[in-house]
Write a new protein. Structure first.
Length: 266
């Protein structure tokens, strides 16, 4: 296991969690295989997300990635303690490690260096930011505790900084299909995300800074369980919407990085 994955940041003992598997499609064509794990206790959380390209996208870019975070819970607030991500896209490896001394994000490791492709991210702009996995955990906590998904978060992954604003758009009845296992009532949460910093150098800024939109349908897989993402939709510009369906779910004893994932990405 790479040194950048530090187990035990938030808790020494594994916390029972939920392991969710999704397939992302564009116009019905599979693009990504995604596994998401979330483990919550009263005071701690851990989450892991791994993704790999499928089909034609696999042939074109051959992408693999895995991210992991551990942190603490205070009511309906999350405080990340350590975040790490590593992967490979089109033959180039990347990795990032973020610590949160005093509750603020501090970049500890990054490859390739940000300045190779992107404009710098001022330290004062990322004050109060959290990683994307912690933002998902936060959305789940708020939805579980309040039945709504109102809120705003600064999301920072080392490469870019975004402001995500989410609001409740009612409830919907989802139907189980050959692609999706869930049927029942779901809370519809709509999010607007705007890039604030970390723009790509070789592209004009205005198109990168325009708002991007996504929708998440949250619900319970068990009567006493947390609200989790059951289906997602992402704006993919002129290509249409990327639809992410939940096709498998199980319980797990904690969320930890997969030691084999590093070998698979070589």
């Amino acid at each position: 296991m790479p040194a950048l994955f530090l187990s035990g940041t938030a808790s020494a003992a594994p916390t029972p969690g939920h392991l969710l598997h999704y397939t992302a499609r564009l116009h019905g064509v599979p693009l990504l295989d995604i596994s998401f794990c979330m483990a919550l206790s009263g005071t701690t959380y851990a989450s892991t997300l791994s993704a790999r390209t499928l089909g034609l996208l696999e042939f074109l870019v051959h992408g693999r990635s895995e991210a992991h975070v551990e942190g603490t819970i205070d009511g309906l607030h999350v405080k990340p303690g350590a975040y790490a991500e590593h992967g490979r896209l089109s033959g180039e490896a990347h990795s990032v490690m973020i610590a949160y001394p005093g509750g603020e994000p501090e970049l500890r490791e990054m490859s390739p260096p940000l300045e190779k492709y992107r404009l710098p991210i001022p330290g004062d702009q990322r004050r109060g930011a959290m990683d994307g996995l912690s933002a998902i955990v936060l959305e789940s906590l708020v939805a579980t505790g309040t039945g709504a998904c109102q809120g705003q978060a600064l999301v920072y992954d080392g490469f870019q900084l975004r402001r995500a604003t989410t609001h409740t758009a009612g409830t919907e009845q989802l139907q189980a299909t050959p692609r999706s296992i869930f049927g029942g009532t779901a809370l519809r949460c709509e999010t607007q995300s705007v890039m604030l910093a970390g723009y790509l150098k070789d592209k004009p800024v205005p198109p990168q800074a325009r708002p991007r939109f996504s929708t998440a349908w949250l619900g319970r897989l068990a009567p006493e369980g947390p609200m989790v993402p059951l289906k997602l939709s992402f704006d993919a510009d002129v290509l249409g919407d990327i639809i992410v369906d939940l096709d498998h779910a199980s319980e797990t004893s904690g969320c930890t990085p997969d030691p084999a994932s590093s070998e698979q990405q070589q």
